[in-house]
Design a protein around this ligand. Structure first.
Ligand code: 1CP
Length: 340
């Protein structure tokens, strides 16, 4: 097995800098569109054979150094009992958002084997096929909570912040319930064969540092503390738009911190201790002409030379209109320029 990714996560020396791409399986790939054309997104997520197929697509097409389980951060929320719909062109919708204690009381902490068995089955099947490490994942409690409270995607997070500031006990109760669910879910993924776990905190960057510290970070810390007792696989925490939260994020206890593109990776390395760093090419810079893209990748690799382990990635998910050949070229450039 190619274990370059796992070595970099642990801060060990590698022959080259490994790369994978957030959302590497998805709508920018015609091969994904083809599978997706026959089923709804939720049907796809619940059919292990199809999840295996789309997880493997970018491994062959892009030649990346890690696979990420095909699923979605919102799947365990549905297992908690929240009604979830995906509307074409509009994204996820929770038609019955959580507004009060009675709504929260209706949510359960699901047994992953019973309610999320299709995810574990996907992991078991993938491990038989893969020759690169498999990353499992979940949303971070704060990010997942925003979807349950807002009833879907948001730009301003009015309802979330309103609950935080005017009903903090309800908010904390909800965070604890999501945390309990996430701990069981990620432990089950590790037991099924996931070789690293990433926690996606896509909306952490909308919080002031003091609120991140009070309302979000303690729950990530609890998840990582509990996982540590169960497994020694690398744990990655990605707080999107989180460069102002870097030192706090490091106190999550993660082995690897994901970085978006708004910070220079060398500057980030100076601010943290022995964690490895993952990132951080602006996803839209994949539109650069190839010579400029190569130079840009070279600069990130240079800036990252003093990190205690570097995993190349984009600073957020690949955009759905990205030409696949640009992503293929980016992977080639990372491998070529970082070869030692
Ligand atoms: O129409 C389609 O085919 C659905 C598009 C799609 C895909 C391909 C969604 C809907 N989710 C996914 C897969 C997915 N989502 C993966 C596995 C694929 C891979 O990485 O290769 C992963 C890891 C996620 C994680 C995810 N889902 C996040 C965290 C990462 C991030 O991008 O910030 C979030 C926030 C979601 C929610 C979600 N899922 C899908 C949509 C449209 C959204 C909403 C995003 C938003 O609120 O802006």
């Amino acid at each position: 097995m190619n274990d370059t990714f796992l070595k970099a996560c642990r801060g060990e020396k590698t022959d080259y800098t490994p790369i994978w791409i957030m959302r590497q399986a998805g709508r920018y790939l015609p091969e994904y569109q083809k599978v997706r054309g026959n089923v709804t997104f939720l049907e796809l997520c619940k059919t292990p054979e199809l999840c295996v197929e789309v997880t493997l697509q970018p491994i062959d097409i892009l030649n990346v150094d890690a696979a990420i389980l095909f699923s979605d951060i919102l799947i365990p929320l549905e297992a908690m009992g929240a009604k979830l719909e995906f509307h074409e062109g509009r994204g996820p919708v929770f038609p019955d958002p959580i507004k009060n204690q009675a709504d929260l009381d209706k949510l359960i902490v699901p047994d992953p084997a019973e309610h999320l068995g299709f995810v574990m089955e996907t992991i078991r099947l993938l491990r038989k096929e893969l020759n690169v490490p498999l990353i499992g994942f979940s949303g971070a409690p704060f990010t997942n909570a925003t979807y349950l409270i807002e009833g879907g995607s948001s730009k301003v997070f009015w309802e979330t912040k309103k609950m935080m500031y005017t009903a903090p006990e309800l908010f904390h109760g909800m965070m604890q319930k999501i945390t309990d669910c996430t701990i069981l879910y990620l432990k089950a993924q590790a037991e099924a064969g996931a070789q690293a776990l990433q926690i996606f905190d896509s909306w952490a960057g909308v919080l002031a540092p003091c609120d991140f510290k009070t309302f979000a970070l303690p729950y990530v810390q609890e998840i990582i503390r509990e996982l540590r007792k169960a497994t020694d696989i690398p744990l990655i925490y990605f707080a999107n738009n989180g460069s102002t939260l870097l030192e706090l994020s490091e106190s999550s206890g993660a082995d690897v911190l994901g970085l978006d593109w708004r910070i220079n990776i060398g500057d980030a390395a100076k601010r943290v201790g022995k964690v490895a760093l993952q990132g951080n090419l602006d996803p839209f810079s994949l539109l650069l002409p190839k010579d400029k893209l190569k130079k840009r990748i070279g600069n990130i690799l240079d800036d990252a030379k003093d990190t205690n382990g570097h995993i190349f990635n984009l600073g957020h998910g690949i955009h759905q209109f990205t030409p696949p050949e640009q992503a293929i070229a980016a992977v080639e450039f990372v491998h070529e320029l970082s070869g030692r």
